[in-house]
Each structure stands twice: as C-alpha cells, then as structure tokens.
Ligand binder design. Sequence first.
Ligand SMILES: *Cc1c(COP(=O)(O)O)cnc(C)c1O
Length: 491
Amino acid sequence: MFTETRGNDGKNPKKVQFSYAILNPSASFGGLYAPRDLPKIDENFIIKIAKKSYKELTLEILKLFDIDIDEDILKEALNLYDGFDDKNNPVPLVKVKSDLFVNELYHGPTRAFKDMALQPFGYILSHLAKKRNEKYLILAATSGDTGPATLNAFENKENIKVVCLYPDGGTSDVQRLQMVTSEGENLKVVGIRGNFDDAQNALKSLLASNSFKESLKKQNINLSAANSVNFGRIIFQIVYHISSYIELIRQNELKIGEKFYITIPSGNFGNALGAYYAKKMGLPIEKILIASNINNILTDLLTTGVYDISKRELLQSTSPAMDILISSNVERVLFDKFGSTRCKELMNDLLDKKFYKLNKNELDTLRENFDAVYSDDEFALETIAKFAKDGYVLDPHTATCIKAYETIKQKNIPCVICSTAEWTKFAPTMWNALQNDKKKYSDKEALEKFSESLHVKIPNSINSLFEKKILHHDVVEKSQIEKTIADFLKG
Ligand SMILES: *Cc1c(COP(=O)(O)O)cnc(C)c1O
C-alpha cells in the first residue's frame, strides 16, 4: 500500500494501491505517494535472484511489493527490455578501474536511463487505462531526455495521449529530432518560445486552469503524469541498483554482504531515491553519493541541511538534465525519515519562503545514507577527455560522478557510478571536451568527428534521426499552448 507524503486532506483516500498511485500521482496538499513499508531483501534472496536474467530478477523484486498488477502484465511490460542493445544483458556493469564500475543504464531506445523505467511503466499505464475503459492525457515538459523517453514509451499505446512541451532551442539537435520525428498518432510535440522553466511553468498553469480541466472532463479525459513524481517509475529504478550489486558478485568483485558505494548524477532525485529504497530494503550500500553540477542545491542540502532557492537562479551547464533547482523526489526521503507532518512543514516552507532548514539530528540522519559532491563544466570536460583517452566514454552527466568517486577512492570499497545517458545525445559537448575548444558544432558533425576519432559506434536509432521526416512543426508562444493542446485532443 501507498500513503501520502504530506498527510491527508479528508478528500483523497489515505492509503492506495499501486495502480491508483500511478493513475493519480498527486496526493493531498500537493504531496506524492510513497510506500509506507518496504519489503526486505536478505542474502538468500540475493543468492536466489543472482541466477536469473535481468527481466526475471526484476519480476522477483516487483513481486516483493504487493502491487495490484497481474504477473502476466508485468512480464509483458518487462519484455520491453528485450529491445535494448543486448537482450541478455540490458544493463551492463562495466569495470573501468580496479574499484570503479559503471552501471550503463542507457542501452534503451532513446539512449538515456529514463527508458529503464518509462518502457515498462508506459506498458502498465496503458494496460490499466484500457482495462478501466478510461482515457488519459500525459503532459510532459522536458529539458531533453524525459520527452523522447515518454514519447517512445507511449507511442501508439491505447487510451493514452501524450503532449510533450520542450523549450525551442533549449535541447540538443538529437533530443529535438527524437521528439519531432515521433510517429504515434496519439503523440503531440510542441516547442515553446522560452526556456525549460517556461515550459514547466506553462504546464503547471495548465494543470491549474479551470477551463482546461473542464474541457478535459467534457471529453472524459483524465490527467496523469509520467515524470518521476509517479511512483510507477521509481519502482523500476530500485531494481537496477540491486542488479549492479549482483553483477559485482557475479564478477567476483564483492562477496555477499560486503558493501559498495553508488554514485548518481542527480536532478529530480528519482534515480537516487531508487537507491535509497534499495538500501533500506537491505542492499549493502555504504553510502549513496549524489553528484551535481553547478546547480548544486542538493550538495547544500546534504552537507549543510539548508535548501535555499531564494537567492538562486538556474544556471545552464553541459549536463542539462541536472539543471534543476526543485528536486521533487527529495520529498519522499524527507517523508520516509521524518514523517508526513514534518515533511509537509518543510515543503510549505519551500513554497512560501523558498527555503527550509533541517535540524542537526535530521541532517545527521540523512548523512547516514547520503553524501554529495558537485563539479563544474570545466571538471566535466576534463574528465570526459581524460577517460576517453584511457578508453572509456562518459557522457557529461556521468562525468560529474567522478568528482564524488575521487572523495572515496582511498577507502578500498568498490564504487558503482550510474551512467544516465549515452554520449551520442550530447555530441557537441563531447567533441568540445576532446578538442579542448569551445566552438559550436552541429550534433551531426560532432557525432561523426567523435565517433571517427575514438572508433566508437553511433547506434542506428541516432544516425537515422537525421533522415527521418519531421512530423511535429508547432513552435508556439506560451499563451497559445492551451489552444494547441485543445485542437490536438479534438482532432
Ligand atoms: C533525468 C536525467 C538525470 C537526473 O535523474 P533524476 O532521477 O531526475 O535525478 C541525470 N542524467 C540524465 C542524462 C538524465 O536524463
């Protein structure tokens, strides 16, 4: 069962099943749904699932949560991992140094780790909508990776429509092409004149607009969300942390029960929350290291206990998927540790004062689980170049993890870093790093140059984008969004 992070307002149900939480992801007082109790995993369980494939071990882990989805449906959803690069090993764990391992989470159709959760999640959500004979609209605002992964996950899925807003000029060419060439009849992609915040704010005001809600009601359309506020994504993000541990054991790098570090390039904290839940379930994680770029709000929180956005402006970096100031899933950790009353208080402070402060005990409690380190673009670019010369290609997001790794590498405990995207999504930055220049390259040129220079392959799904037909041409002002969406829903 799932419960609400900010307590109950008397209108929403207090406890809900998994299917309810994923169809209706927003809970009382603007809170989220979170599991009240987590299942435990012990050594016997690890030994048991270590013999299984990724799909099979995912199913075993999902079965520990009492979720109200039929096993057959879960199996069908997990079959989508067969579409990853290597059907038998969709999530490779690669050894880079004697104590440094990369959990490559990006081998899915859109080359970012979002596919890990969105692929099966999309299948399950569409199944539920069909079964209940209900129609759902998913609205997504994206800075570049959520959009393609959401569109891909819901392409031609029954009873679901997706509208995806992206900042025109604010994504890489590859990311934009992944969206505007989307083929499903049920998908609509709209560029916004403005930045990611504008797209996100447009979406928020739409969700609050009465005329919009009325028009959806008239057409019998419900709203859901596919970002990581939806627990349906988080559950799949617990699994790959457990699988990275199993891989360390399989590769004879660890014995059962020995500890390891997990390092995560973080934005909305969904990936990190998955690791936190895995640790709480019993996975022997020494600590979860949170890597950030210069938008280092999480570093502040986890080192000083202060979350202060009052004096901050969002800065652009070479790791745009981590350019975030309001990191939604931190809320679920605060709830888990301090309960709904305190969580609500902190979240209200953030809303009203743009600031909250944990007391010393609370900070200590968080630091038992987490530590945090940030790095700037210069560090990321140097790191990309250094690792590439040694034969391993890290994307700009994953590169931020190396700073965190450097703080613990004397400890003789293996460190797994989560690689959240393939380099091909950020080719101009990659080529800048290698050339040590700041010139502007097109994605196509940078892809070709980087690939030739390092003899690394560009997957067909990326190469073919440049030949695909552009099907979504709309680029609109914020004021036109509501009408654009209304026209799509009617048409
Ligand atoms: C989404 C994303 C992140 C941030 O993940 P969170 O779960 O939101 O913390 C990091 N890197 C890349 C490449 C991403 O697409």
